[in-house]
Structure formats: C-alpha cells, structure tokens
Design a protein around this ligand. Structure first.
Ligand code: ADP
Ligand code: MG
Length: 684
C-alpha cells in the first residue's frame, strides 16, 4: 500500500492502470474525473454473496454462490431455440455443478481445466445447473471481488460495465485509500464514533458485513453534512465579523407607537418573534433571520413591525413579494396600517411603468420614499436606495438565491428578514438556510378552526356544488381553482375561463369573477378588490392565488384536477382559507393518489412537507440548483436528521473556536476548493 498524496488524488483517472482516454471519457459521464472521484464513487447497493453453497446442496430456483475446480468445458447450442450456450463443469470434492452462460460463447477461452472458479447466479430447475450472473477465476494473490462476499453495485454507464467500475474502484482503493487526507478532526470522530477515512473507503467498497458498510456510509454522510455546515458557519461568521450593520434601537416609545397601529392583539409566537427581531436590530451585525410559520400564522404583522422599526429610525425599508397580487395586497395592508402617519410609501410592481416608474425610482434614490413595497421589480438594476436599512422578502421559497442577494445588495449591509410559508422539514431548513437565524411562529391567531378537507369522487360533484351554494347563502365566499387559463392547450383539463362560464350558470344568483395571470395588472387588482370587499362571491382562478392572498371571509375552496399539484402547492392553496372565524372547507376533484390521501389527512404544514420530501425526494422539492440545496451522495435528509444536527453543532463549534480552521487544514482546503477533491459534493 502506497500513501497517495492529495496531488495524486487530483490527477485525471487516466493516470490509472487500465484506463485509457476512451474509458476516461466514459467515466467522466459518471462524474468520475479524478482519481479521487473514483474513490468517492460509492456503490448504491450490495449483492450479498457471502454464503457459499456446497455443490451437492444446490436447490433448484435459488440464488447461489458456488466455488469449484473446472473439470470440463463445452460449448454448443440449446436443443430447441438453438441459442449459443457455454457449459463449464466444476467440482468441489463432494459434488458437481454445471455453470451455464447463454449467448456468451466467447467466454470459452477464459477457462482452463483445473482453474478455481467462483460464481454467483441462480440454480435452474435442471439439477446441478447454475445460470451464471457473475464469476471470476481465482488464484494466488487474486481475491474474488465480483462473485463472492458483499459485492458492491455501482452506478454504471454505456461502455463501462459495473464489473469494470468495480475492478477499477477496487484497485484504486487498494493502492490509494491509505493516502486520502482526513477532513474530519480526530476529536470529532472520536466523540461521534465515526470511522476514519481510510477504513471508511475500504468498508464502503468492500465491506465484511452490512454493519461495516453502514458505519462507512454514516461517516461519509456526516462528512457531507459537516462540510456544508462548516461552510455555512464561516459564511455566518463573515457576516457577524463585518459589524457594519446599522443599529436600529427600538425604544419603548417606538415599540408602543408601532403596536398601537396593529388592529389586533399579537399571539405569543408573534410577540416572541418580534422580541428576537428587536434584539437583532439593536445588535451590531446585520440581522439575517428566517421567519418560518405555517400558512395563516400571521407573519405579515411581524414583518410590519420590523419595517416600521427601520422606517421609524429614519432609514429606508423594502418589502419584496413574488406575485403582483400579493405585493398589491401588502401595499394595501400597509396603507391601512399607516393611514395618517408620516411614512412615505411607494409601490413598484411590473405594472408600474413610464413616468410613474421614473418618478418612483428618483424618489427612492433621493430618500423621499421610506417604505418601498413591490415584486421582483424592486431588484431591477436602476432601483437605488439612499439608505436602505432593512429588507423583507415574503414567500422567499419563490425566489432564487440570486434574487434574494440582489435585494440585500441594494443597501450597505441592510438587515434582512426572509419569510417562508412553506414550512420545510428542520433538516432541510438547516442545509438550505443554515446561515440564518430561524424563528418559528408555531401558534395560529385565536379563533381559527382546522380546514375540513374532502376528496370527492366523480359522482359527488353536484352535491358539493349545492353545499357551496348553501354556504354562499350564509354569506361566505369561495375560490374555484383550475390548472389552466383557457382551452388553448389541447389537454383534457378544465380551464378557468371555461369553468367561469359554467359556474356563472350554476351560481346565477351570485357574483362570479375570473382571475388569471394573463390579465392586465389593473384588471387583476380590481377583481381582487371586488372579491376582498365581498362584492364578488365566487372567484374562479388559476394558481395565481397560490401564495399570500388573505381574504378571511372566503372559507371555501374547490381544487379541480387536484392530481396536477404538488403537496406543498396544495397546502399553500388551502392556506387561502381557514383564515377567519368561519368553518372552512377544501374540496378536491380529480384523481386520487397517496399524495391526495396525505393531504386530506393533515393540516400540518410540517407533516405535509416531510411527506413531500419522502414522496418526491429533496431534488424535486424545488429546483435544486436555484435553491442552493447541495446534492448528497450518502446523506439522507430525513433518516439522517440526527447526524445532521450533530454535524451542525460540531461545525459551528469548530468555526467559532478556530475561525481560520488552522487546526483543520484538510477541511479548510476542501472548503476552499468548494468541496472535497474526489467527492461530488459541492458546497454552495
Ligand atoms: P401568513 O403567515 O400566511 O402570511 P398573514 O400574515 O396573512 O399570514 O395573516 C393571516 C390572517 O390572520 C390575516 O387576516 C391577519 O390579519 C390575521 N392575523 C394575524 N395575526 C393575528 C392576530 N394576532 N390576531 C388576529 N388575527 C391575526
Ligand atoms: Mg403571508
């Protein structure tokens, strides 16, 4: 065993014996470019070929691993179908078996009488016959790696067989594992019971037992988490160290003034969130906080507090929301809260153009606007602030990392508060937003009742439409949500436009309105205000109402073609109702599935998002790349939650103690290279 230096690990795979340019290119398709990548090319499962079956004990139709000495070799064709067949007879002293290959006559020359062979495959119904899946000839110094033991199965690709990958990896491990630098500090490994990197590599690729393989996987999972967390810890520290944040000290008098603007008493959770924000704003470093709370938990008012605090201390503040309708709603809410105050507010959406926009931009740059509310239009290049002290991003999951950063860059290190209504599993939050402080609003405003969710099969439609009529008569309002705007797409789906016509006929005595994304902004605004004011009773809509919309009197929602939506999307949609004192009903039409059953069974956003993660996997949860969620090879977000917490604790403690990581040079260089040489992990 030679000790490999990090330079060896960084060499192209072509450097290895048996890898020419052609194979190197094909390995590249598997993400294996360097020698180190090969060591970190992990198996996705193992075949258990530990149990040797004596040849005399072979039972028909069973998977077996056998070993023996070749006594006869014969090739020919099968009797009926004339398929080429190779038969190699082996004996082990007590019994005999015939190893069989179909359509592989070329293998004949690989065997000599007297060779010692190990083979794994399936015993056929012909006594003593084994159809071979994998075999190898063993001899002095040649240990079987394919046909016996716990055999790793690797992701393979065209032109590179699993067998070749296995052989290459094994050779690389034998030669180089001893030289792979250890990224995890000894003390941490000791405390967490993690295998060292060399042993872990050996056990990952050639475990003696499943427990050994799992211990190795656990170590690498920890390593993946640890790298991400160490990166986040450093990012955090850089922010804290810069100290350039604008201190916003909220005096008791200001606190009182802000609270007196609020139309209701805050919940305990809202008060706690505000207390945290107040202390963040007063501390030196800029606030960097995530406010997480289920739909309808009342995040807006907490954001309002932060925004008004900033404005009250003579700075500017900005609020960005992902849709025009939501941004417009916020502008309205703030207009109401601030009625009669001296706060100068501006609204900048996609619909604000020309002269109006120019004037707004000029005013923001001149410091003549205190609070700017808008959509992603506020991050456009020419929008400049004189003195931006705080930014709030609502429904931040709808924005990309870059968009969020763009808003923050509009001020000299402004405080930032990002809000998410999609509660995500804690583990995911820790990897996605691990550099943020997290506040959870875990209490709903008083008087809320759980939304009653029903899946209604085909036949039940009429009855449910009648039920809704009854509720409309009682003064409630209803949303009807459809997946398409119109019928232009030739899919057999109901569209909002078509159903608008139909529902106008069904609910003749009520005002039915239509809302979709292709309408002009002014039109959307007036429809929304009709609905908000209770003058429209039924709102037929597309997914444009998904996030943020708040009309407490609307307590009914029909989601048609429910199979078209993801779990989180359904939960967001349902979050539009159950916002007032009325009993709310969410009615689903369409195809039923496990997803729909999960949705019907719970109102709990955290349970929903865990189920979503389980059913779809983290990559699907949102565009992985844009969300900044790293790809893990070994780590599993749900199952390894505990490990993630440990890694986070350890990484933050290490960075706190040793910000330059001088005690952990391997770790430091891995982070600086944006991952570990040899691993696919790229720390974002
Ligand atoms: P979300 O967390 O989904 O953004 P909102 O901020 O839109 O929730 O609040 C949902 C509804 O609850 C709004 O109608 C809001 O006015 C109301 N609300 C928020 N906090 C309280 C409270 N403490 N007491 C009563 N109603 C509240
Ligand atoms: Mg909201």
């Amino acid at each position: 065993m030679t000790a490999a230096s990090p330079e060896v690990l960084a060499k192209p795979v072509q450097f290895l014996k048996g890898v020419g340019p052609g194979r190197a290119a094909r390995l590249g398709k598997l993400g294996v470019v360097t020698v180190g990548d090969l060591l970190y090319h992990f198996p996705h499962r193992y075949y258990d070929r530990r149990q040797m079956t004596p040849l005399a004990a072979i039972r028909p139709d069973q998977p077996v691993t056998v070993q023996g000495v070749v006594t006869a070799i014969q090739s020919g064709r099968t009797a009926k179908q004339k398929i080429p067949i190779l038969e190699v007879t082996i004996e082990d002293g007590e019994g005999r078996a015939v190893l069989v290959w179909f359509r592989q006559a070329f293998r004949e020359k690989e065997f000599r009488i007297g060779d010692s062979v190990v083979a794994a495959g399936k015993a056929s119904f012909t006594r003593g016959q084994v159809v071979v899946a994998e075999f190898e000839i063993i001899g002095e110094g040649r240990e079987p790696i394919h046909a016996s033991g716990l055999v790793p199965s690797y992701p393979a690709t065209e032109g590179i067989s699993k067998r070749l990958v296995r052989a290459l990896v094994r050779a690389a491990v034998e030669e180089l594992a001893g030289g792979v630098p250890e990224a995890l500090p000894d003390a941490i490994r000791g405390r967490r019971g993690l295998v060292g990197v060399e042993a872990a590599l050996r056990h990952m690729h050639a475990p003696a037992s499943p427990a050994e393989a799992e211990a190795a996987r656990r170590r690498f999972a920890y390593e993946e988490f640890f790298l991400v967390q160490a990166q986040l810890a450093r990012k955090r520290q850089a922010i804290v160290r810069e100290q350039a944040g604008k201190r916003i000290v909220v005096s008791d008098a200001l606190d009182f003034r802000i609270r007196s603007l609020f139309p209701f008493k805050l919940t305990g959770a809202q008060d706690r969130a505000i207390a945290q924000i107040r202390s963040d704003l007063a501390a030196g470093p800029p606030m960097n906080r995530l406010l997480q709370g289920d739909v309808g938990a009342g995040k807006t008012i907490v954001a309002a507090y932060a925004l008004l605090a900033a404005v009250g201390r003579h700075g500017q503040a900005a609020l960005m929301a992902p849709t025009e309708i939501l941004a417009e709603q916020h502008a309205r809410t703030f207009g109401r809260l601030l009625g009669g105050s001296r706060v100068r507010m501006g609204f900048l959406g996609g619909g604000v153009k020309g002269k109006k926009r120019e004037e707004l931009i000029r005013a923001a740059a001149a410091g003549e606007i205190d609070l700017l509310i808008g959509t992603h239009a506020v991050i456009e290049e020419d929008v400049i602030f004189k003195d931006l002290a705080l930014v709030v991003i609502d429904e931040q999951q709808k924005f990309g990392v870059l968009q969020r950063a763009a808003l923050v860059r509009k001020g000299p290190r402004p405080h930032s508060l990002v809000m998410t209504a999609t509660p995500i599993p804690r583990t995911l939050a820790m990897t996605l937003y691990g550099d943020l402080d997290v506040t959870v609003i875990d209490e709903l405003p008083p008087g809320r009742r759980e939304v009653c969710t029903l899946y209604v099969p085909q036949g039940g439609r009429g009855e449910k439409l009648a039920f809704i009529r009854q509720k409309l008569r009682e003064g409630r309002q209803a949303y009807f949500v459809y997946p398409l705007v119109d019928d232009s797409d030739k899919v057999a789906l109901k569209s909002a436009m078509k159903m608008f016509e139909e529902l106008r006929g069904v609910y003749k005595e009520f005002a039915v309105a239509l809302l979709h994304g292709r309408m002009k902004q002014g039109e959307k605004d007036s429809i929304m205000s009709e609905f908000r004011a209770g003058r429209a009773h039924v709102l037929v809509s597309t997914i444009v109402i998904e996030v943020g919309i708040d009309v407490p009197n609307a307590s009914l929602m029909v989601i048609d073609h429910c199979e078209r939506y993801g779990l989180s999307q359904l939960h967001q949609l349902r979050g539009r109702i159950g916002r007032g004192p009325h009993e709310s009903f969410c009615i689903l039409f369409g195809d039923r599935s496990e997803r729909i059953d999960t949705f019907v069974s719970t109102n709990d956003g955290f349970k929903i998002s865990e189920a979503d993660l389980r059913l779809r996997g983290p990559g699907e949860l949102r565009g992985t790349r844009q969300s900044g969620l790293p790809e893990f090879k070994c780590a599993r977000l749900l199952e390894d939650a505990k490990l993630l917490e440990q890694a986070r604790e350890d990484a933050f403690a290490l960075v706190e103690r040793d910000p330059q990581l001088s005690s952990a040079p391997v770790l430091r260089s891995a982070l600086e290279q944006g991952g570990r040489s040899g691993s696919l992990l790229h720390v974002g």
